[in-house]
Design a binder for this molecule. Structure first.
Ligand code: CTP
Ligand code: MG
Length: 236
């Protein structure tokens, strides 16, 4: 085997610290089972199969202990940390423990929503990793938008050219130094962003698009659980 090239390690920050208010389940959304396997467990399995070696799982402060059982025998080494009020705060909490998890300053960092359980590994996860390994500052999976979209304001509404729009998924991949610096700037300036690629874009980096997969949909409402169960091919 050649030892000429040793690939950088890949670590994932899996954010699972939301309240899941739109789903309204009895347990935190990431612990909702789909065909007997939680969304979090499914996410970790897909990430590991796609080339991720370690994970930081960010959980809600109030229900942190509920995650312990699900993280036993996880498919990859996992560190659990407590998140914050907004998704961006939870990502920052995950980034803050990276030095404890991995020494390599040039590691690749993937940031993933636990609520997206089906990031087909040979497909979405691996494509994101490949793009960052090939030099992208940030790589994000996107899909075409199926619905016609209208922009609405006080004056009324108008249609937007759908062919120019993309839906953004996770995992989003970054060179470690770039995502750490971007989140530091956001926190210093108090700038809110809706995803991590936006953070990196805010600090002047280009975002590379790779093909996502409609299977990497986010479980948001009860109908999405039914869809996930159907995709998993089992009973809830
Ligand atoms: N998330 C997080 N910390 C927050 C808010 C969200 O880690 N303060 C995570 C969620 O756990 C989820 C992902 O970000 O995996 C995407 O968020 P979303 O789907 O909106 O989940 P929730 O915020 O939990 O759901 P809702 O908005 O319906 O309350
Ligand atoms: Mg939310």
């Amino acid at each position: 085997m050649s030892t000429d090239f040793i690939a950088e390690p890949v670590v994932a920050i899996v954010v699972a610290a939301g309240s899941g208010s739109r789903l309204g389940a009895a347990v935190p959304k990431a612990l909702v089972p789909v065909a007997g396997v939680t969304l979090l467990r499914r996410s970790l399995t897909q990430l590991a199969a796609g080339g991720v070696q370690q994970a930081v799982v960010v959980v809600p402060a109030e229900t942190a202990e509920l995650f312990d059982a699900d993280l036993l025998d996880a498919p990859l080494p996992v560190q659990r940390v407590v998140g914050g009020a907004q998704r961006q705060d939870s990502v920052a909490a995950g980034l803050a423990v990276l030095p404890d998890v991995i020494a390599d300053a040039e590691a690749l960092v993937l940031i993933h929503d636990a609520a997206r359980a089906f990031s087909v590994p040979s497909d979405v996860v691996a494509r994101v990793i490949d793009a960052v390994r090939s030099g992208a500052d940030a790589a994000i999976p996107v899909v075409p938008v199926a619905d016609t979209i209208r922009e609405v304001d006080e004056a009324g509404s108008h249609v937007i050219d759908r062919t120019r729009l993309r839906g953004v998924q996770t995992p989003q991949g970054f060179r470690r130094s770039i995502i750490e610096a971007a989140h530091a700037v956001l926190s210093d300036t108090g700038t809110p962003v809706t995803d991590d690629a936006a953070a990196v874009e805010y600090t002047g980096h280009e975002v590379t698009l790779v093909a996502g997969d409609r299977l990497a949909f986010k479980v948001t409402e009860p109908l999405d659980v039914a869809l996930a169960v159907a995709v998993a091919g089992g009973a809830a």
